[in-house]
Design a binder for this molecule. Structure first.
Ligand SMILES: C[S@@+](CC[C@H](N)C(=O)[O-])C[C@H]1O[C@@H](n2cnc3c(N)ncnc32)[C@H](O)[C@@H]1O
Length: 278
């Protein structure tokens, strides 16, 4: 590993926060050292100081991409924590179907956004569930948008190929059989599920209003990496991306505490989720 001085830590941590929102305090210096040493070497550089100078000077933003691919934590799994998916199955989808039917807004399109989708397990879990739980008689269409800041994560998500270890983390055996094809070296998600999702690169610090309004937003396990200020701003901006009766689902260990927003907390069984003030 290439040694990281205190000054280099400050420069790189502040650069990383400005390009991604990811806030690293000094206890996370090892992350920069362990994850970015390879980038320093791959670029033929010898120090983190040189990496910082190169990142700032590189107008093509290739160095920025390499830093983001290396520093982001893509930890994810199919049906992570299970409860958000039970919430979707038992409450949010029946409510959506009931509301649009009563409002006579049929055919209806259910728009879902996985806003830090990593390698795709979250949005593919949602897609499998929608395939099973939304009536397939033409009354309901779906639009699933999945975004992330990491090109490397998005590339893998788009391909939809997973190792045995990855599919065995969280995916019920019956869904593995039904929705995956066994290739010689991996499990490949079936095209019918893959085709339900559109991927785009998106930095959550940037304006995302062009994506339009959603019925369901999954914003899970990304704001935990942000400073309190960036986290609060993100959740306030997400309000504008939600339909009036839409809902926001965050990570199992996360909360909106400290972020002044117009979200109201809802609870179904043991699961909290968020909607807009009525
Ligand atoms: C721990 S993963 C969470 C994946 C998934 N949502 C889940 O809960 O399983 C965090 C993801 O956030 C992405 N990320 C970090 N900063 C981001 C930003 N500013 N904009 C968009 N995505 C970001 C990372 O690239 C990574 O894929």
């Amino acid at each position: 590993m290439i040694p990281l001085s205190s000054e280099e830590f400050s420069q790189l941590a502040s650069h990383i926060e400005s390009i991604s929102g990811i806030s690293l305090d000094r206890s996370k210096a090892y992350l920069i050292e362990s994850r970015l040493s390879r980038v320093v070497r791959e670029l033929g550089l010898t120090s983190f100081r040189e990496l910082h100078s190169r990142a700032v000077a590189d107008l093509s933003r290739t160095t920025e991409k390499q830093i983001i691919n290396a520093i982001t934590t893509g930890e994810t799994l199919f049906f992570r924590d299970n409860t958000p998916y039970e919430l979707l199955r038992q409450k949010i989808l029946p409510d959506f179907i009931g509301a649009r039917t009563r409002q006579k807004r049929i055919p209806a399109t259910l728009r879902v956004w996985s806003c830090a989708c990593s390698t795709g397990q979250e949005v593919y879990s949602i897609a499998m569930l929608l395939k099973e739980k939304l009536p397939q008689d033409g009354r309901f269409r779906t639009e699933l948008i999945a975004t992330d800041i990491s090109d490397a994560a998005l590339d893998k998500a788009r391909v939809g190929k997973y190792s045995t270890l990855e599919v065995e983390r969280g995916l019920p055996r019956e869904k593995q059989q039904r929705y995956f094809v066994r290739d010689p070296d991996c499990w490949r998600i079936r095209d019918e599920i893959r085709a339900m999702v559109t991927y785009q690169k998106l930095n959550l610090l940037d304006d995302f209003s062009r994506l339009g309004k959603f019925d369901i937003i999954f914003c899970r396990n990304v704001a935990i990496y942000f400073s309190a200020v960036n986290k609060a701003q993100l959740f306030r901006r997400l309000e504008n991306s939600l339909q009036p009766d839409g809902c926001l689902i965050i990570g199992a260990t996360e909360s909106l505490a400290g972020a002044t927003t117009n979200f109201i907390t809802k609870k179904y069984l043991q699961t909290y989720y968020y909607g807009l003030q009525e």
